[in-house]
Design a protein around this ligand. Structure first.
Ligand code: FES
Length: 71
């Protein structure tokens, strides 16, 4: 595993976090995440398991394909 945490934006889908990180709620409590597996965070706002992606983006019509500017 790399020591650099990477967040990949999936086309029309979640943020995929790879590498060590902590996910803290608004009360300061930590979510349990598996450090050995990528974690998908909901970007569409429709997941029943927020902040995690549950796959609902595939059926709710979410469309977002932002690309980083190419330099
Ligand atoms: S991005 Fe997958 S359920 Fe929202």
């Amino acid at each position: 595993m790399s020591d650099v945490t990477t967040i990949k934006i999936r086309p029309n889908g979640p943020y995929l976090v790879e590498g060590p990180f902590r996910l803290i709620d608004s009360q300061g409590n930590a979510y349990t995440v598996n450090p050995g597996k990528p974690t998908a965070l909901c970007r569409c706002g429709q997941s029943a398991k927020k902040p995690f992606c549950d796959g609902t983006h595939r059926t709710c019509g979410f469309a977002a394909e932002e690309l980083a500017p190419v330099e």
